[in-house]
Design a protein around this ligand. Structure first.
Ligand code: SF4
Length: 294
């Protein structure tokens, strides 16, 4: 099924448990603050063993944070080369971690990393600070620039509707997406998971609502700056707006870098431009004042 749908076979691996960072909405109760990690050598030997058996060519490393320990990525590259393992892989990471050691991104590229999903969350420093994210907006820009330079695809996780976020913060997030033009974006709405600092801040407002029973990941469960339906519609609008920008970018490149993908993205504008317009009209009906600022 994987090969039929994607043209290649991918397997999931996990090399670590836990995360020492302190983003105050994150599901820390599951693994806690400890960070336990297998050695790079051990992981490479595992990959080699299972690859011989199943012939996969891609891995999704599902670690919350991949390669945090000092020199882990350098050693991983060393063992990948030593064992002559050929594999592409995808990871999740943070902007500051990607920049932590000088050659982190180079080691990722040299060991087969083809995609990084970065927990960017917001283009507003005020919101990142309120989340205790511990990253700077400039780091998101710099990490994205370096990943692209090393031909690693970069995708951004974004979060809408954190406490006290206003349309000005949202505009900064949209601006960041349009300036960076990542390869993909994933948008969720701030979600109060029990056991987190964020949950404690809003629990009085949940009024007996249960996670997952009374909500999904795009439902705003607490009273926020805008109506709950605004956030659901906002993510649809941002997705269309992002696709439109990607279409324009592909159109711009079409003559200097002709490719099937650039042609496809350019042609998709015929569909996306009216879609984006309609999504914006729907957004306007929900929160006219906020939408007027886009
Ligand atoms: S969001 Fe990512 S970096 Fe932050 S605590 Fe959770 S796993 Fe760690």
């Amino acid at each position: 099924m994987w090969i039929d749908n994607h043209g290649y076979f991918s397997l999931n691996f996990v090399t670590t448990r836990g995360c020492p960072y302190k983003c105050n909405w994150c599901a820390k109760p599951i693994y806690g603050n400890r960070y336990n990690s297998h050695s790079p050598e051990n992981i490479v030997l595992e990959i080699k063993k299972w690859q011989q058996q199943f012939g996969f060519t891609h891995i999704w490393f599902a670690d919350d944070i991949f390669g945090l320990k000092p020199n882990w990525l350098k050693d991983f590259e060393y063992h990948i080369k030593k064992e002559n393992v050929k594999v592409n892989y995808k990871i999740q990471s943070r902007a500051d971690l990607l920049l932590l050691e000088e050659d982190n991104i180079k080691h990722l590229a040299n060991s087969g990393c083809s995609m990084v999903w970065m927990g960017a969350e917001s283009g507003s420093q005020r919101i990142l600070d309120a989340m205790d994210k511990g990253t700077k907006v400039e780091q998101i820009y710099e990490a994205t620039r370096l990943l692209k330079k090393h031909n690693i695809h970069v995708s951004l996780f974004l979060q809408l509707g954190y406490l006290e976020e206003t349309i000005d913060d949202i505009k900064l997030t949209v601006k960041m997406v349009e300036e960076l033009l990542p390869d993909d974006i994933g948008i969720s709405v701030s979600y109060p998971l029990p056991g987190t600092v964020f949950y404690d801040k809003v629990k009085e407002e949940l009024k007996g609502k249960s996670n997952w029973t009374d909500s999904d990941d795009l439902d705003m469960m607490f009273k926020n700056t805008y109506k709950p339906e605004f956030y659901k519609q906002l993510q649809r609008y941002i997705h269309r707006r992002y696709r439109k920008q990607m279409g324009f970018e592909s159109a711009r490149k079409l003559f200097s870098q002709p490719s099937g993908q650039n042609l496809k993205n350019t042609l998709s504008l015929i569909k996306i431009i009216p879609q984006e317009f309609l999504e914006k009209q729907k957004l306007k009906q929900i929160e006219p004042d906020a939408t007027a600022k886009f």
